[in-house]
Design a protein around this ligand. Structure first.
Ligand SMILES: [Zn+2]
Length: 224
C-alpha cells in the first residue's frame, strides 16, 4: 500500500503531520518517540495523559487502547503494537530545561552515581535540547503556543513500577531485547488530527554509555 506521507525523522528532531479520520499512521522506531496529537478542527483540544489513563483504568497502553482528550473524546486508537516493552505515560518530555535541571542536581542521587559512571563531566555532555523543543519547532506553522503542548505518549520508553509505586526507567537496561526485531506501532485517527513526534536523544552520553544508540524513526500514513 502506498503511503500518503512517508518521512524519516533524525535523532533529536521532530515532525508534524495531519491525518483525516480513519487514516492510519505507522511509527517504526529504535528510539523513544514522544508523541502528541491535537484535534485538527479545534487545536485547543489535545491529548490528555490523565484522562487516557483514568478512563481506561490502566497506565500502559497497547493494541485496542485509545488516546483521549481532556473532554474524553477518542482521538486515536492503537490498532497494532509490536513493541515488547511498555509505552510510558508518567514522564513528560525531555527539554533543554529538564537536562539543565538534572545537571544542576548532579550532586544528588541518582545523578551523582550515574554521571561519573557515564563519563559526564559538563552540561554539554547531555543533550543541549530535547523533545519539547523538537515538537515546538515541528508545530511552528500552527497557532499553538509551546506551553499548550501536552505531556506525550512516550512510545518505546519502557517503564516499570515497583511495589511502592517508584518509577523504574528500564529502557536502557533492556533495550537489546526490546528493540530487536525493530518494533512499530500503528494508530488510527478517530477524528481529524494534527500529530507531532520527536525522536528522543536517548539522554545523549548517558544512554550511549549503556549501549543505547537511538536511530532515526520512520513515520508512514496510510488510508485505512
Ligand atoms: Zn525526549
Amino acid at each position: 500500500m502506498k503511503a500518503l506521507h512517508d518521512q524519516t525523522v533524525r535523532v533529536n528532531s521532530g515532525a508534524a503531520w495531519e491525518m483525516k479520520k480513519g487514516q492510519r499512521v505507522r511509527i517504526t522506531f529504535q528510539s523513544i518517540v514522544d508523541f502528541v496529537v491535537f484535534n485538527r478542527d479545534n487545536l485547543q483540544e489535545r491529548f490528555d495523559q490523565a484522562r487516557t489513563k483514568a478512563n481506561q483504568g490502566k497506565i500502559y497502553l497497547s493494541t485496542g487502547d485509545l488516546l483521549l482528550s481532556k473532554v474524553n473524546n477518542p482521538m486515536m486508537a492503537i490498532v497494532e503494537d509490536t513493541f515488547k516493552g511498555t509505552h510510558d505515560l508518567q514522564y513528560g518530555m525531555c527539554s533543554e530545561c529538564s537536562y539543565t535541571t538534572r545537571w544542576n542536581r548532579r550532586h544528588l542521587p541518582p545523578w551523582n552515581k550515574l554521571y561519573p559512571e557515564a563519563g559526564i563531566t559538563c552540561r554539554e555532555d547531555l543533550p543541549l535540547w530535547g523533545c519539547y523543543e523538537n515538537i515546538m519547532t515541528a508545530l511552528q506553522n500552527y497557532p499553538i503556543i509551546p506551553l499548550d503542548i501536552p505531556a506525550p505518549l512516550n512510545i518505546g520508553q519502557h517503564m516499570e513500577l515497583d511495589e511502592k509505586g517508584n518509577l523504574i526507567w528500564a529502557v536502557f537496561a533492556k533495550h537489546k531485547e526490546l528493540f530487536d526485531p525493530v518494533p512499530h506501532i500503528d494508530l488510527r485517527a478517530e477524528m481529524n488530527c494534527l500529530c507531532a513526534a520527536s525522536c528522543d536523544p536517548g539522554s545523549g552520553k548517558l544512554g550511549s554509555s549503556k549501549g543505547f544508540h537511538p536511530k532515526p524513526i520512520r513515520i508512514q500514513v496510510f488510508e485505512e
